[in-house]
Design a protein around this ligand. Structure first.
Ligand code: ZN
Length: 328
């Protein structure tokens, strides 16, 4: 196998069935959109695998033995292109998209379509997205473009509007919890907290657990509380946060602050939230300032996807936090 995850889940199987019902008549471009950690890329992989299999079973399971499957498994099927950010980079650049023009002009070798999977599609820079737009405006015959994105708002509207959108939703809490608890070796007593930290996305919760994020988040929580109490230096904390991974630290902070906002707006309704654990004098916090801070955190988290000075950015956020938390 190529090592690519092609699993379907109880919460993605419906979308998979709709897409694979009539594979002869798929649109030229699909945008698989929704929060990360739901298996969107895995579904794109499964669809690609099934479309290149000569005799898929039930239309949803590749046989694993035909020529198409063998080529797919070896990772060199001539009708497939996987477009991802190069290793150590965050961005999909224009030359990666430009190269697709020639590929898509050729007739498929063995499959019904020439398939391109762009994941995460929002990693395309603006030049790359514009280059893709040209392909979307005049799609070559028998081409299928699969765009996967957890943050589709970052794609140009012109690109989005030329794709048929497949929306992925956070599954019901009970469904997500029972899936997590069935994962071998998963600590069942941590499922609720991890699912909260993951915004309800089961695969994200599993990743957080595997990365040991529970320990990290209790450190982050301690830092945030200490800054609020005037007992820690935001700049010193920022340096620590950078070493723990700026992106996931800001993601956590966003979830935590969102929880604080919710707790302020509807006191007592909070069941089990990661942020409920944030013991910051929530009574005294100014809601308006909290909202503005939440906007800042969300904005900075998005900026972080590009090339910025992570340390400066974290310092800025945590200094702002000390102001919000300490002006009562
Ligand atoms: Zn096959």
């Amino acid at each position: 196998m190529t090592g690519r995850d092609a699993r379907l889940f109880s919460w993605t199987i419906g979308a998979a069935q709709r897409l694979m019902r009539d594979t002869q008549r798929l649109p030229h471009a699909l945008l698989l959109a929704g929060p990360r950690g739901l298996g969107k890329a895995a579904l794109a992989t499964r669809l690609t695998q099934v479309l290149t299999c000569v005799r898929p079973q039930d239309g949803m399971v590749a046989c694993g033995t035909c020529q198409g499957c063998l080529l797919f498994g070896a990772g060199n099927h001539p009708d497939i292109r996987w477009i991802e950010p190069p290793e150590d980079k965050k961005v999909i650049a224009i030359d990666q998209i430009r190269a697709l023009g020639e590929f898509l002009q050729l007739r498929p070798h063995t499959a019904r379509y020439k398939i391109v999977v762009i994941s995460p599609a929002d990693a395309m820079n603006i030049q790359a997205a514009n280059s893709l737009l040209k392909l979307l405006e005049e799609p070559p015959a028998d081409s299928l473009l699969l765009l996967v994105s957890s943050d589709p708002a970052r794609l140009p509207a012109t690109v989005r509007s030329r794709c048929q959108r497949v929306e992925f939703m956070i599954p019901a809490r009970a469904e997500a919890l029972s899936w997590l608890r069935a994962v071998e070796g998963f600590p069942a007593d941590q499922a609720e907290l991890l699912l909260d930290l993951a915004g309800g996305a089961p695969l994200r919760a599993l990743t957080l657990q595997q990365e040991g994020f529970l320990a990290v988040q209790s450190e982050l929580r301690a830092d945030v509380e200490a800054i609020a109490a005037g007992k820690a230096d935001p700049v010193a904390c920022a340096a620590r946060w950078k070493s723990r991974g700026a992106q996931r630290c800001l993601e956590w902070l966003e979830t935590a602050v969102m929880g604080l906002v919710r707790a302020r707006m509807a006191p007592g309704t909070l069941a089990t939230s990661a942020a409920a654990q944030l013991q910051v004098a929530e009574k005294g916090l100014d809601l308006k300032k909290l909202f503005r801070f939440l906007d800042t955190v969300s904005g900075r988290r998005q900026i972080l996807a590009g090339t910025v000075d992570e340390l400066l950015l974290l310092e800025d956020v945590l200094i702002r936090w000390s102001r919000v938390a300490r002006q009562k």
